[in-house]
Design a protein around this ligand. Structure first.
Ligand code: HEM
Length: 514
């Protein structure tokens, strides 16, 4: 049974029901020939498949209907067509053969909002602005060379994370892993993009952190607003716009103050330029290929915080929960770390390539619990997909969660088995055989709009989880961690946040803070 948690949507939904009756009846266009469309599960009059979006676990409702009606489905929310992809072979086809055609998200911007608005990078269509900004983001923040340049900033944060846990361990305090992980990912990201930490209580950074949490909770509403905005605006219903603009205005206040501060210090930052310095220079450059505005810079920052910090935090929490539930995994991780890193120093970023089991554990955590279980694109032109005709402007929803648990492509998909990602794994042969025809690992999306932060994310995850296992044992209440899922906005999180007590490993006697 579908569990509807979204009381706030009842009033708009009821309004929609009645108002859109006229709209759909009189104005919606029917496809010329619907015989070529992918199959469609039974739908409700007028609202179509809206009820599936009202489920508290949308990715699971989608997974359920896909396993019943097929891996490529045609859904309809009022008159908005959606193509739901839940198969690794169709994912392979669309990302290999139609990548440009699906390289826009097609989110109608929420006007001047700093998130999902018209100045955004995430929602920008695949065009000049997106290409220009992507080059800068890769060159200055997320590409391998940029990551190498900022390594020292992150090393300090890993060490700080370790000392904070140690302090709590000494007091026998229980910690909430997601809070500690958020602090770590937030401060590391802030240092890389605005040159300073952002977790000072009551400071501006604290406000940004609070705003991130509020925005994530709002992402489900943003999805509704973007899917239904056009038809509803014609009827004069501004879905959630006030809430979205309220958060955007508060972001604006904080980010404007960061910008002003950076403008004042631009001259002083000659050597250690952060991303904000670079973007301000580009903004002031008369000869720049693309003229960017203050809103472009602010929107990018909001999206980097949103896209980078919460996702990494959730993965740290899910993966730690899996590790704690599997004592054999802890043993094997420790063996590997003791051998590669030793006991006299803390794990570092350049150890990660030599820790294949740790990497496999992280990949497996991301496979089973991808923080972004569903991601969306929009077709620019009509085309054939999976043998069916899909019309232009159709919204494409890829269910990465379902694809990464598809029993046709993953052995024991609901079991935590990091070994599957090791080169020597017995199952590897079969996986490589089918690897060419399918795209079955989608934690970071795929194609040109795939996540540009995946390398940085693997570093955050590897160093944080590595340190927590290298230096501490973890005590929990009860025998096993409860792995029940919930969605916070559209982000997959634990229904019961992981709380545990760190116990320093006696054998680790390092390092002394200078
Ligand atoms: C565990 C961590 C992360 C996960 C699971 C994740 C996942 C994703 C996914 C699924 C997408 C959509 C991809 C698609 O449409 O194909 C995405 C996009 C994006 N991510 Fe990440 N991400 C993570 C970390 C990061 C980090 C650390 C950053 C940067 C600081 C980042 C920045 C972005 C940006 C800017 C986009 C939009 C790309 C575009 O539209 O061109 N992400 N991410």
């Amino acid at each position: 049974m579908i569990n509807v948690e979204f009381q706030n949507l009842f009033i708009p939904t009821l309004l929609c029901l009645f108002s859109l009756l006229c709209f759909v009846t009189f104005f919606s266009k029917k496809p010329k020939d619907s015989s070529d469309l992918p199959p469609s599960p039974p739908s409700m009059p007028i609202i179509g498949h809206l009820h599936l979006l009202l489920s508290s676990l949308i990715h699971k409702s989608f997974q359920k209907i896909s396993s019943k009606y097929g891996p490529l489905l045609h859904l309809r929310i009022f008159n908005v067509p959606i193509l739901l992809v839940s198969s690794a072979s169709v994912a392979n086809e669309i990302f290999k053969s139609h990548d440009v055609n699906i390289s826009s998200r097609g989110l109608p911007p929420i006007d001047e909002s700093l998130f999902f608005g018209s100045s955004g990078f995430f929602s920008a269509p695949h065009g000049d602005y997106w290409k220009f900004m992507k080059k800068i983001v890769v060159a200055k923040l997320l590409g391998p060379q940029a990551i190498e340049r900022s390594r020292a900033l992150r090393a300090e944060e890993v060490e700080r994370f370790y000392f904070e846990l140690l302090e709590k361990a000494m007091k026998n305090e229980t910690v909430e892993i997601r809070r500690e992980a958020m602090k770590f990912t937030n401060n590391s990201t802030c240092k890389m993009i605005i040159g300073r930490r952002c977790w000072e209580e009551n400071g501006e950074g604290e406000r940004v952190r609070g705003l991130i949490t509020e925005s994530i909770a709002l992402t489900k509403k943003v999805l509704f607003a973007t899917l239904l905005r056009k038809p509803l605006e014609k009827l004069g219903i501004p879905l959630f716009k006030k809430e979205i603009m309220d958060i955007s205005d508060r972001y604006n206040e904080v980010l404007e103050s960061f910008l002003v501060e950076h403008e004042k210090n631009l001259e002083k930052h000659h050597q250690g330029k952060d991303l904000m310095d670079v973007l301000l220079e580009v903004k002031g450059d008369e000869n720049s290929e693309y003229k960017i505005t203050r809103d472009h810079i602010k929107s990018l920052f909001v999206e980097l915080f949103l896209g980078g910090t919460d996702t990494s935090k959730q993965t740290i929490q899910w993966t730690m929960a899996q590790i704690i539930n599997n004592s054999k995994v802890i043993e094997r991780l420790r063996e590997e770390m003791d051998c590669v890193v030793g006991k006299s120093r803390l794990i570092q970023e350049n150890d990660l390539p030599n820790l294949p089991y740790l990497q496999a554990v992280i990949k497996e955590g991301l496979r089973m619990y991808p923080p972004v279980p569903l991601f969306g694109r929009r077709l620019q032109e009509g085309c054939k997909m999976g043998g069916f005709y899909v019309a232009e402007k159709t919204t494409l929803v890829v269910n990465g969660y379902a694809i990464m648990r598809d029993p046709n492509y993953w052995e024991d998909p609901d079991e935590f088995k990091p070994e599957r990602f090791l080169a020597s794994s017995k199952t590897r042969g079969r996986e490589e055989e089918i690897g060419e025809q399918v795209l079955k690992y989608l934690s970071f999306g795929s194609g040109r709009r795939g996540c540009p932060g995946s390398n940085l994310a693997y570093i955050f995850l590897g160093t944080a989880i590595g340190m927590m296992i290298q230096c501490f044992d973890w005590r929990i209440n009860g025998a096993k961690v409860n792995m029940e899922e919930t969605l916070s906005g559209m982000v997959l999180t634990m229904a019961h946040p992981l709380k545990c007590t760190p116990v320093p490993r006696i054998c680790c006697s390092f390092p002394v803070r200078h």
